[in-house]
Design a protein around this ligand. Structure first.
Ligand SMILES: NC(=O)c1ccc[n+]([C@@H]2O[C@H](COP(=O)([O-])OP(=O)(O)OC[C@H]3O[C@@H](n4cnc5c(N)ncnc54)[C@H](O)[C@@H]3O)[C@@H](O)[C@H]2O)c1
Ligand SMILES: O=c1ccn([C@@H]2O[C@H](COP(=O)(O)OP(=O)(O)O[C@H]3O[C@H](CO)[C@@H](O)[C@H](O)[C@H]3O)[C@@H](O)[C@H]2O)c(=O)[nH]1
Length: 329
């Protein structure tokens, strides 16, 4: 039986997606170098430790597991860090993906679902953002993802590689059974940081700028539940395996919440005190990112099942509360 290769499947979104596929009886193998991921996030799932840059290693896995499709999550993904260390991002995200594509071409694997991002758009001219909007990334991280999207288009004609690029807005939440959840070390994402403050693991949360042109001056983002993202990957892969055309889709809930609103919602959900202090802006942050996900709803029938911010935060809280130290290393 053929299987799906999940690159970066031991990370936050990858592990939830791997679980979602496994629960639906799909054969899969996770390949990850554990640089930011955790072996314990993919218990009971076939796992190979390896690096994207090891083309031959990837080819061996593709051969051995009869891989006919790749879902590619493996990347570095911190906006702020990409601005101070661009080389780290170009080398891992871009050079790493070229190695994946070489292995796919050599092994004639022709379907790929790629983790792209809202960061490809930069400062949007219109809200909500549609897929055809201008793409002028404001940070190096977004640039690496946009370059890869363009490279993928060039691999279709000559090599027959069809791709779906999923441009997620801000992934959040945890599996409803709270056995897996979000864990980055060091943590840089807003919701886990807010919940760490609620747990008393941090004294307060830094708000990066309150002088943006938004209703309360803090940045607005579109938070999307990680299980809704997993479902979108499932649909995207089925689409490719049915012979569907290459495409790019936004994934968000279509509503934006400011940093202050997220903190307020977390206070409500947790019932805990959360202190916050305003700091200067973080480099590379657009003021507002809100998705239109109409295209994926129309073409793949995707609809978010957990769009409410309080519920998203409640699932994250259940994970953080029961796993205050995250996964074991
Ligand atoms: N978290 C978000 O809000 C968000 C939003 C938009 C896009 N994305 C994209 O989604 C993907 C997953 O994000 P995440 O939040 O789950 O990140 P994550 O850091 O939790 O997961 C990334 C995984 O890739 C692995 N990895 C990284 N470089 C590798 C390499 N060279 N070889 C093998 N494995 C490697 C890491 O060990 C980790 O398990 C990334 O591509 C990210 O850019 C994330
Ligand atoms: O301690 C913190 C951390 C974050 N923020 C702000 O909170 C918002 C969300 O930040 P974060 O959780 O770091 O996410 P983003 O920088 O928006 O990036 C996420 O969302 C992008 C898509 O929108 C993805 O591409 C990235 O991979 C993913 O990390 C931003 O305005 C940050 O400035 C703070 O004010 N204080």
């Amino acid at each position: 039986m053929s299987s799906i290769l999940i690159l970066g499947g031991a990370g936050y979104i990858g592990s939830h997606t791997a679980r979602y596929f496994k629960d639906r009886g799909r054969e899969l193998v996770v390949y990850d170098n554990l640089s930011t991921g955790f072996r314990d996030s993919v218990k009971n799932i076939t796992f190979v430790e390896g690096d994207l840059h090891d083309t031959r290693g990837l080819e061996r896995v593709m051969e051995r597991h009869r891989v006919d499709a790749v879902i590619h999550f493996a990347a570095f993904s911190q906006v702020g860090e990409s601005m101070v260390n661009p080389e780290k991002y170009y080398y891992n995200n871009l050079a790493g993906t070229l190695s994946v594509l070489r292995a796919m071409v050599n092994q004639q694997v022709q379907n790929i679902v790629f983790s792209s991002t809202a960061a490809v758009y930069g400062d949007p001219v219109r809200i909500p953002i549609v897929e055809t909007a201008d793409k002028k990334p404001k940070n190096i991280y977004g640039k690496t993802k946009l370059i890869i999207e363009n490279i993928l288009k060039d691999y279709e004609g000559p090599y027959g590689v069809r791709s779906v690029c999923l441009r997620y807005f801000n992934a959040a939440g945890a599996h409803p059974d709270a056995t897996i959840g979000e864990s980055h070390r060091p943590e840089s994402h807003l919701i886990p940081l807010v919940l760490q403050a609620a747990l008393g693991q941090r004294d307060h949360l830094d708000i990066f700028g309150d002088d943006y042109e938004t209703p309360d001056g803090t940045c607005v983002r579109d938070y999307i539940h990680v299980m809704d993202l997993a479902d979108a990957h499932y649909r995207a892969l089925e689409h490719l395996q049915r012979g569907g055309a290459s495409a790019a889709y936004n994934l968000g809930n279509g509503s934006g919440f400011s940093v202050r609103q997220v903190i307020e919602a977390a206070r409500y959900v947790t019932g805990r005190e959360i202190r916050a202090e305003v700091r200067p802006r973080r480099a590379g942050d657009p003021a507002i990112l809100i998705a239109s996900s109409d295209r994926i709803s129309r073409e793949l029938g995707w609809q978010p099942k957990m769009p409410e911010l309080d519920r998203i935060i409640a699932t994250a809280w259940e994970w953080h509360r029961t796993h205050p130290d995250g996964y074991e290393r």
